[in-house]
Design a protein around this ligand. Sequence first.
Ligand code: WT7
Length: 657
Amino acid sequence: MAPETPGTEPQALSNLLQENRRFEPPAALAAAANVTAAAYTEAEADRLAFWERAADRLTWAKRWDTTLEWNPPFAKWFVGGRLNIAYNCVDRHVEAGNGDKVAYFWEGEPEGDSRTLTYADLQREVNKAANALTELGVGKGDRVAIYMPMIPELPISMLACARLGAIHSVVFGGFSAAALQSRIEDADAKLVITADGGYRRGAPSALKPTVDEAVAQTPGVEHVLVVRRTGQEVAAQERDVWWHDVVERQSDQHEAQPHDAEDPLYILYTSGTTGKPKGILHTGGGYLTQTAWTHDAVFDLKPDSDIYWCTADIGWVTGHSYIVYGPLANGATSVIYEGTPDTPHRGRFWEIVQKYKVTILYTAPTAIRTFMKWGDDIPAKFDMSSLRILGSVGEPINPEAYVWYREHIGGERCPVVDTWWQTETGAIMISPLPGVTAAKPGAAMRPLPGITADVVDDQGNSVPNGGGGFLVVRDPWPSMLRTIWGDDQRYIDTYWSRFEGMYFPGDGAKKDEDGDLWLLGRVDDVMLVSGHNISTTEVESALVSHPKVAEAAVVGATDPVTGQAIVSFVILRGSAEEGADIATELRNHVAKALGPIAKPRQILVVPELPKTRSGKIMRRLLRDVAENRSVGDVTTLADSTVMNLISEKLPSAKSDD
Ligand code: WT7
């Protein structure tokens, strides 16, 4: 750790973690990579020309007149251009002679329940759905709420909307009636598409009752279109129509009209930390350009041989961009899995990799740490030699989890790409390129070509290498959010007011000695210990680097001496015993890894951590526990019983020395 030099400004965020491991790209992969180091120089020389070339990958009904119109902070890309997003994702592949190629291998949760959709199948299904939506009165610019399990009708519904120029708003199928209702109201949706239910953890899980409750309060909804998936009893309401009644009888022909590049494509709500959810608005041309380009570049997609699997739910932006739009625009073959990784057994993911010979796997650190906790012997039982590239998204990946992923899933041959982005950015922004970058475990490395990200101090000045601070993006990018639906002022205030002329995503970051970027978590979570701003990520990574620890979450709790003190919650690995002095052992381990400033005051061994439904740790609730407050709003927790399990562990807290 660099000592503070008297007379210099303290750093916005300390840089404590040192990591010396490097993984060079495999030579064969590098030699055949879709994108080489030249892309960085090309984009640097002319950023807009670089994005124009990326946009040329798409099929435009009319080419754009102006690449970028920038009236800060409002951007328009490919102005005057016209295209149909669904045509780009589906029809053009059929026209090119690839109709028999598989678009989706769909795997239901109940074993043996699977379906294969070729691009020609997808075209017929999307056309029928588009005709059905038209019959139900949905037209260009109308909003359609989609609340569905992970079944093929979900991407089909999204593409049918895109085809018509209707704006979809997918609401994750785990959300409550109240959450669904507020999203339907905010977007003023006239149609809701749902299913009777989906399969979760070995049992049918109903969705329709939640929709009934939500739309009871939303008179603007004219119809609810229901897919039969589980066969559960459904209380029929007057506005209900069955998918098999309305969609199945439609013609499978539908002529796609081109839409303006800047016509809205979708709204996706992101809850953020406070207040009412923000409806992030994405438009068509720029969004599809960047999702397609990044999917090709970051995963080195070879559409003729790769089998690509992104394990996210389509209800999150990861699923929108990297299950639906990016992969389909590229003509990829993807796997979609309906269920959970532990049903009917903890090897389910690896069984799917083996079954479909998956070559590219994209998943989240929370899942990787769970697999670590379950033990190395589970993936070892499956043949995963087909894999060639691994991706991570959603949270900072701890170096130890990265190395485990590389070794136990990737057989030490697959590059791991740690991809940083957000619902708001629409597509990947910071990531290694698998054929170019000598990656460091835990680092997202460099902004992609065409992206100008930086780390600044609290005055907005770029920090030198070795320094920490706030992540910013300096220039507009094609897939950026255009605004918050119905609330331009909130868009300006949330993202463009912290630093003059720069987009502020809300994350802390550092540049290491080589200038490579490390993401350090949300700035709201940063701890202020004895005058040092310490990121939760670095302390958590130090804890996870101890062989007994599978997962860790740290928070700053008020402390009379140090201002805030670090309180850690840890989950032990499957094989580790909770010894009497585990707390001392872990505290010393962190002090050794990061320096005494980062030594936790308390270590609590817990069975679970509170997480959102997308798997992010909710440190706010842990702060309540650490400060002995009653625990705040738990409605966004994936499992609301977790906080009781954690609170029960409190008396065993060790806070000596
Ligand atoms: C936030 C965005 C991006 C799709 C899924 C999440 C965190 C995301 C990383 C990463 C460190 C990451 C950030 C970001 N995040 N990826 N590779 N390294 N942090 O989308 O729900 O909008 O969340 O997730 O804090 O701001 P989201």
